[in-house]
Each structure stands twice: as C-alpha cells, then as structure tokens.
Design a binder for this molecule. Sequence first.
Ligand code: GLA
Length: 381
Amino acid sequence: MNKILIDAIESHFLIIFQIEPLLIFSPGRINIIGEHTDYNEGFVFPAAIDKGIVAAIQKSKTNLCTVYAFDKDENYEFSIDGIKPLVDGDWRNYILGVVDILQEKGKKIEPFNMVFGGDIPGGAGLSSSAALENSVVYGLNELFSLNLSKKEMIYISQQAEHQYAGVKCGIMDQYASMFGQKNTGLLLDCRTINSKPFHIDFKEYQLLLINTNVKHSLSDSAYNERRSVCEKISSLLRVKALRDASEEGLLKIKEKVTEDDYQKALYVIQENKRVGLASKAMKGNDILKLGELLYQSHYGLQHQYNVSCEELDFLVEKAKDSVEIIGARMMGGGFGGCTINLIKNNSEEVINTIVKTYHEKFKIQPSVYQVNIDDGVRVLK
Ligand code: GLA
C-alpha cells in the first residue's frame, strides 16, 4: 500500500482539523473478464487492487461538513440538510450522493470532516468513483455506528452513482472494492450478489494494465444507452434480464430489432458465457485458454458492443503481435482507460515497445501498472 499517500492524508487531516481521524483505505478494482454483464444480472470476474482511495474522516465540531480533495487541492463545505446533486458532475457528487442516500434510508448522521486522496487516476477504468463512494459510506458507518452490512453499503454507493453521478452502473465495482480478497479473483453472480473466490496465481504469467490515458467524453451517456438497449431487448424476449437469454432465443426476434441492438445483446449473452469458460480455464490452470477468452471479449466490446476506442484497440492489436502477451482486452466501461494484459513475467522489452509505438502514434504517454490483488475496504487506523 502507498505509505506516502496514507501519511500525507493523515497529516493533512491533523493540520486542518486538529483531531485524530479514522483512516480508511478503499481500493479500486480490475476485472479479468465479464464486461457490461453486471447490469444484465450476469457474471463478472473482478478483484480489488492495492491502489485506491485513502480517506481520513472524523465528526465535525460545527454544523457543516468540510471535505478536502488532496489531489485536486480543492475544499468543499456543505450542510447535510437539503442536499442536491451539483450540476457539474465532479467528485463532490460522489460524497453528497452517499450522504443523501444514507439519510433517505433514515440513517442518522451528523456533520463530518474528511480529507481524501488516491493513487488511481480517474477515468482509468479502475473504479476510482466506486472506491470514493465506498470510503465515504464505510467511514460514516463506522463513525456514526450505523450498523450497515457490507452489502447494504455497496447498494448505497451504487445509488449515489445512479442518482448523483447520473451513471446507471451495475454492482461490480462497488462489490469488488468492498469484498476484495488478497490474491483472489471473485466470480460474482450479479443476480444473487454472491461470489466464489479463485486464488490467482498465473505462474509464469501476470496481469498488467496499460492505461491509454484518454477518456472520451459522452462515455456516461453511451453507458446508459447500452443499458437501456439491454433492457429493451430483455423485455422483447420476455426475460428478466439478458442473463436469462440464449443466442437461439435472440435469433427468433432478430427482425424486430436493429442489427446494432442485436449485436449488443448477442455480445452480452456471449460475454456471460465467456465468464463461465474463464472460470473453468482458471480452475484447470489453462492460462492460454484464459488469454484467448480475453481477446474474444475485446473483439465483442470493439465490434459488437461498440464501447472501445482507437487507442484501446491499438494497444490490444500490439499485444496480439507479441508472443509474450497471451490475452488482452479493454477493461471497465470503455471509451478509454486501461487494457488488461495477460503477459509473461519479465517482458519489459515488449512493454517498452508497445509504450513507444503508442506514444509515436497518439502523442500521448501511456502508463503501465503492475497489478497486486488485495483486500477490500478496511480501516487502517
Ligand atoms: C463500469 C460500471 C460497472 C460495469 C462496467 C462494465 O465500470 O461501473 O458497473 O458495468 O463499467 O463492465
């Protein structure tokens, strides 16, 4: 964990508020496979990572809350009464959303102060927003003894995202950040919200993220549009969610929908199957098969679900060109952020080449992150 960040957040809190805070770490997540399946009540395969949000939080002595965003050097003061979403979607909405939804649920909270910072960049597809929401709900639960279960907390974080950030997200990010376990991938059933732990040890391979360092606008509206296409097709198929649909069933209504929508629904059905195949491959230590499934997942996201972008596609194409990388795909909502790569250990040369060619083409320096899979949200102190 990032000790420098933790120390900085704690000491800033002490300097500003002159009282010991509760210190919380709330991680971001990766997703091995199962993209855009969570809001279709399907399966996903995420894991929490050792990067995320550090939050220092304590009761306020006044009737106002003060929140300091360390990375942005921005301060925000608000009252917990009469909270409304801010017009501009920014970090404040994630905090306001959690506070509002807690109160809507009849949970009694009082004014609090908070300092937070993180070591995952926003827009990287690593769920910095879910990590922030979870840090707030977890911190307030501790501070005001709200007796919320972890499951209740993740639904509150998700509602904050829906109502305050305007993104009708599924439950994967909040779940992975809250329930993560060290060196473990979680095969999550997004209908029952139960997960099966898989020990992650790819032997001579490892997971590596390459961040395109781009985030194309309109990704939020495109996300919500995808979700409503899925819901529309589910109701045409008379199933609760696309998780219950089959390729054969979908074929029967093909002429009732556009080719685009047909491909999107087909992608979801196929991706959901791939998650099952990936868990089998992992159980049987078939890393090559897992890699193949990652490439297939990207193909679907690029050509069927249409949530990729030129920069992500370029990184995946370059991955395919190298024998050291046996699987790669875009990760998260799409339109930018990271690719996740299954790569042979000690392949620095390949990575350097990809970084160089990406920079030459887009004039943007990509970032490379080695992934350490770690525990979910926790109190540090
Ligand atoms: C975002 C959402 C998740 C999930 C992914 C795509 O990260 O927050 O709920 O839908 O996109 O798999």
